[in-house]
Design a binder for this molecule. Structure first.
Ligand SMILES: [Zn+2]
Ligand SMILES: [Zn+2]
Length: 373
């Protein structure tokens, strides 16, 4: 079917609103009408060329929508269902899936593979799709297993956040760091993922939650989401370490890195008390290496680990998030800084740099209908 989509045609350039064709669903696929899309820094990194993708490309991956059409083998979802998508679909039968680590599924490529492109230009040129989703469009195709059901009382403008930043930030605390009420937690970077990690640490009952960011505004916001302390970071990370040690003598038991730079990953490690664990969430350009003190690692029993996409168990996690949202322990509403119509997507991408922004959400139903250029 023909639909409007915003394509990346060259890194660093604005997305181009145009008409593309969406393929019909395979037997185990679902066509979802896009409702809301959270603008994530990963989208921005592909748009500005710091992460690479084939062109033309369809970005957008933090998405909620309504099931429009299901393939013949789909049994769990039906037209009209509200869903949120994950970029970490899983096969359910590989050794990582059966061991409870579906975000490390070894068969993601097979799960996403299809005999025809999902999306093509009118002339037939295939469009590259970020994360097997490609949500900057009126509809997208996903495998049934990549979609979690969301109850209709959770608004689409907030349920989209469950697809990436909440899954990553809260997941890192729950599945990655496994924070308890005895823990002290430092969170570096207070954007959508960092704020989610702060909320996760509060949910887990952490005794201290120290927000760290270079923007004072972000620290103020972080306090309203549960940070007990805040440190304004500068280029000199040793000052940040000293400030943290003044707040929590000896260091924290958990540090969460939600920026995506080797320097902040090293900082996370430097903030740890003996026995502490640094959990690194930020995606970094390919080939980066991290520098940590071998002495601090070995003599201090410290650990450093990843928690890709919050080491999520997506279909179960979404149910957990919904329960916490409904009981007002997980504040998704205030994470939405602004809601914009499709036609303002490029302005929204630029506004992500504003330190007041936690999440900008594209609402496909808002404002004037988008018109192809
Ligand atoms: Zn994302
Ligand atoms: Zn698997």
């Amino acid at each position: 079917m023909a639909m409007n989509a915003a394509l990346l045609v060259a890194p660093g350039e604005s997305l181009v609103l145009t008409t593309v064709n969406l393929d019909g669903p395979l037997p185990d696929e679902v066509v979802v009408r896009t409702e809301c899309v959270g603008l994530c820094h990963s989208d921005l990194h592909y748009a500005d060329g710091s992460l690479s993708i084939d062109m033309p490309a369809l970005l957008g991956h933090e998405v909620s929508g309504v099931v429009e059409l299901v393939g013949s083998a789909v049994t769990r979802l039906a037209p009209g269902d509200h869903v949120v998508a994950t970029i970490t679909p899983s096969c359910g039968i590989c050794r990582y899936c059966v061991a409870g680590r579906p975000a490390q599924c070894t068969r993601v490529a097979e799960v996403r593979a299809r005999p025809r492109p999902r999306v093509t230009l009118p002339g037939g040129t295939p469009v590259a799709i970020l994360g097997g989703i490609g949500a900057f469009a009126e509809a997208f195709l996903a495998r049934e297993g990549a979609l979690a059901l969301v109850p209709p009382d959770v608004p689409a403008q907030v349920s989209c956040l469950l697809g990436c930043c909440v899954t990553t930030g809260v997941g890192a605390i729950v599945h990655g760091a496994r924070v308890t009420s005895q823990d002290t937690v430092a969170v570096i970077g207070c954007g959508g993922v960092g704020i989610s990690a702060i909320q996760g640490a509060r949910l887990a009952g952490a005794r201290r939650i120290i927000a760290i960011d270079v923007h004072p505004t972000k620290l103020e916001v972080a306090r309203t989401f549960g940070a007990t302390d805040a440190i304004l970071a500068t280029a000199d990370s040793s000052l940040t370490v000293a400030q943290l040690m003044a707040l929590v003598p000896g260091g924290v038991s958990h540090a969460i890195e939600a920026v995506g730079r080797p320097q902040t990953a090293s900082l996370a490690f430097d903030l740890l008390a003996p026995g502490g664990t640094a959990t690194i969430l930020g995606l970094m350009p390919e080939g980066q290496t991290l520098e940590i003190s071998a002495d601090a690692l070995v003599y201090g029993d410290r650990r450093i680990q990843g928690a890709y996409m919050g080491a999520n168990r997506f279909l179960n996690d979404v149910d957990m998030f919904v329960d916490h949202y409904r009981s007002q322990r997980l504040d998704l509403d205030r994470m939405v800084t602004a809601v914009i119509p499709f036609a303002q997507l490029n302005e929204g991408m630029k506004a992500m740099a504003n330190p007041n922004t936690v999440r900008i959400v594209l609402d496909m139903g808002a404002g004037q209908p988008a018109r192809p250029a």
